[in-house]
Design a protein around this ligand. Sequence first.
Ligand SMILES: Nc1ncnc2c1ncn2[C@@H]1O[C@H](COP(=O)(O)OP(=O)(O)O)[C@@H](O)[C@H]1O
Ligand SMILES: Nc1ccn([C@H]2C[C@H](O)[C@@H](COP(=O)(O)OP(=O)(O)O)O2)c(=O)n1
Length: 224
Amino acid sequence: MTASEVPVLTIDGPSGSGKGTISRMVARRLGWHYLDSGALYRAVGVAAAWGDLDLGDAGALVRCTFDTAIDFREDASGELRVLVNGNDATDELRTETAGAVASAIAAMPEVRTALMDRQRAFRQPPGLVTDGRDMGTVIFPDAPFKVFLTASAGERAERRYKQLKDKGVSVTLDGLLREILARDARDANRAVAPLRPAGDAVHIDTTGIGIDEVVERVLNVVGA
Ligand SMILES: Nc1ncnc2c1ncn2[C@@H]1O[C@H](COP(=O)(O)OP(=O)(O)O)[C@@H](O)[C@H]1O
Ligand SMILES: Nc1ccn([C@H]2C[C@H](O)[C@@H](COP(=O)(O)OP(=O)(O)O)O2)c(=O)n1
C-alpha cells in the first residue's frame, strides 16, 4: 500500500470541540494510528520557552522546529504521553498558556511548513485519524474522510473548565471563555492554513451531544 492509498480520517475544529477525545476513541475503535497535530505546535512552543527564544523570531523558531525531537508514547494505562527532547512534557503541553503560545507560533507560515513532512509521515497502514485545524484542508487534502467538529463557545469553555478543575488547576469560566474566543479568532483569521472546514467535510455540532454519540456519528462517516 503506498502512502496515498492509506485511508485518513481528519477531524478539525476549534478548541474544546472534542477533537482529541473523539479522535483517540475512533482511532482505537478502527485500530488506526493517531496524530495529535496540535501537540506538535505546543511542543515547539514549549521547546522555544525552555530555550528562552524570542517568539517573534521566525528564524529561531524554524530552527527550533527542526531541532526539537517530539515522540508520542502510550503509558501503561493507555494514556498518550508526549516526549519533547526526551522529557515527558505531556502536562506542560496541555496548559492554556501552552495552547496560546502554540496558536501564536502556528500563525507563522515557516513554522507550519517545517512541520508538514512530520505530520504526513504518520500516514501509515492500516489508517490514520488526525486532529487539528488544517488536517482536511492543507495536510491531508486528499483524505477520503473529513469531519469538522464544533460546539457553542459557552459549552466548549464549560468542558475545558471541568477538565482543568478535575486536574486541580485553578481557572475561571469567564477567563476560559475569553481565551477560547481569542484563540478561535487568531486561528480562524491567520493568513496561512486558517481554521476552516474543508469543502468536503461532514459538520458535526456537538453542543448537547454526549461523547459516545459523537463517536458513533464519526464512525458512520467512515462507514464503520
Ligand atoms: N461531546 C462532548 N460532550 C461533553 N464533553 C465533551 C464532549 N467532547 C469532549 N468533551 C470533553 O471536553 C473536554 C475537551 O475535549 P478535547 O477532546 O480536549 O477537545 P479539543 O481537542 O477539541 O480541544 C474534555 O474534557 C472532553 O472529555
Ligand atoms: N493543525 C493544527 C493544530 C493546532 N494548531 C495551533 C492552533 C491551536 O490554537 C494550537 C493548539 O492546538 P490544539 O489542537 O492542541 O488545541 P485544542 O486542544 O484545540 O485546545 O495549535 C494549528 O494551527 N494547526
